[in-house]
Design a protein around this ligand. Structure first.
Ligand SMILES: Cc1cc2nc3c(=O)[nH]c(=O)nc-3n(C[C@H](O)[C@H](O)[C@H](O)COP(=O)(O)OP(=O)(O)OC[C@H]3O[C@@H](n4cnc5c(N)ncnc54)[C@H](O)[C@@H]3O)c2cc1C
Length: 296
């Protein structure tokens, strides 16, 4: 029977489209190629749902190494992370300690070394963790202004969360949301999610702090561009964000139009959950994956 690492190795060829590689060097190489195309990046060390302190400490150590490597390379990228990778499911205070160590290193890399972006984005996970994630964010934000959050347009609660984050002056990445959520708490129809997204984007564009519009949905991007124009909001006050390997044509088009584009670059060996979300959100990806497997 195949061991898990052997299976991982066998299927990595499928994940490669969405994942920069397994090492820090792979991630930085991908960022440098994006920088050459006029794009910024945010690097994510893949992993989530960690249940052992040792594993969370290893994730923290990897992020510290990554920040040093970014400074050495002078690559234009900040970082994104998941609180469950830093031990949120083990112990909240322990998770906050790990996060704080990363926030401090990011802030110090920026002053002590070459042009490192000190910003750290906390990704948003499933709805069972929304309160805990926002709670941790709010507890560190007063002393660490280099941290920001993600809000998901599909959740019914998000207009209130956007209002709160605007009031705090927090930097928000707005996305549709990638997890399976029940209809009692989340919009399920794409038309409703788009409508919510554009409404929330309007609030963030007009009153938020450097919002990030994270979508490959051209309809939303077009609406956001029109809103920015209508409200006289400069292209330098917000950014579009997209995922590594998804619609690179659109990424280049936005750069050519003068918008700031930041690409989310994941790396590491724990790519299965991330890859699963990318495959299941597009039927054609699932079919491609299946075809690739059968054809091998
Ligand atoms: C930078 C960034 C950060 C994110 N961070 C989070 C987060 O912290 N928490 C969270 O819950 N979600 C996050 N997401 C995921 C997000 O919630 C959506 O699941 C994902 O972006 C797909 O939605 P969409 O808006 O691109 O629209 P969709 O309607 O899914 O896609 C629009 C078009 O984009 C293309 N496309 C989209 N996805 C794919 C794909 N997988 N493969 C191929 N083509 C595709 C297709 O052409 C499609 O027609 C993030 C997304 C981005 C871009």
């Amino acid at each position: 029977m195949n061991s898990l690492p052997a299976l991982q190795e066998r299927f990595f060829f499928l994940a490669k489209r969405f994942v920069a590689g397994e090492t820090v060097d792979d991630a930085i190489g991908a960022v440098q190629r994006l920088n050459d195309l006029g794009m910024l990046a945010t690097i994510d060390f893949l992993g989530e749902d960690v249940h052992r302190k040792d594993d969370a400490l290893a994730v923290r150590a990897e992020y510290l190494r990554l920040l040093d490597a970014l400074a050495d390379a002078g690559a234009l990228s900040n970082i994104s992370l998941k609180l469950t990778a830093l031990g949120l499911l083990v112990d909240r205070d322990f998770c906050v300690e790990n996060l704080t160590a990363i926030l401090d290193r990011a802030a110090n890399s920026a002053t002590a070394r070459a042009p490192v972006d000190p910003f750290v984005r906390i990704d948003m996970e499933g709805s069972a963790l929304t309160d805990a994630t926002l709670g941790v964010f709010e507890s560190v934000f007063p002393r660490h202004p280099n941290v920001g959050v993600v809000l998901q347009a599909y959740l019914h609660r998000t207009p209130a969360d956007v209002a709160r984050m605007v009031e705090l002056g927090a930097r928000v990445r707005l996305c549709k949301g990638a997890y399976k959520e029940p209809a009692a708490i989340a919009f399920k129809e794409m038309a409703a999610i788009r409508r919510e997204f554009v409404k929330l984007a309007e609030t963030l564009l007009s009153r938020g702090n450097r919002p990030a519009i994270a979508t490959h949905d051209e309809r939303i991007q077009t609406a956001v561009k029109a809103l920015a124009l209508q409200h006289g909001i400069g292209k330098d006050t917000f950014e579009f964000q997209m995922l590594y390997g998804v619609r690179p044509d659109l990424q280049r088009k936005l750069v050519a139009e003068g918008y700031t584009v930041r690409v989310y670059v994941p790396y590491g060996t724990h790519w299965a959950a991330y890859f699963y979300r990318r495959v299941t959100e597009r039927r054609e990806n699932a079919l491609l994956a299946l075809r690739a497997l059968v054809g091998r």
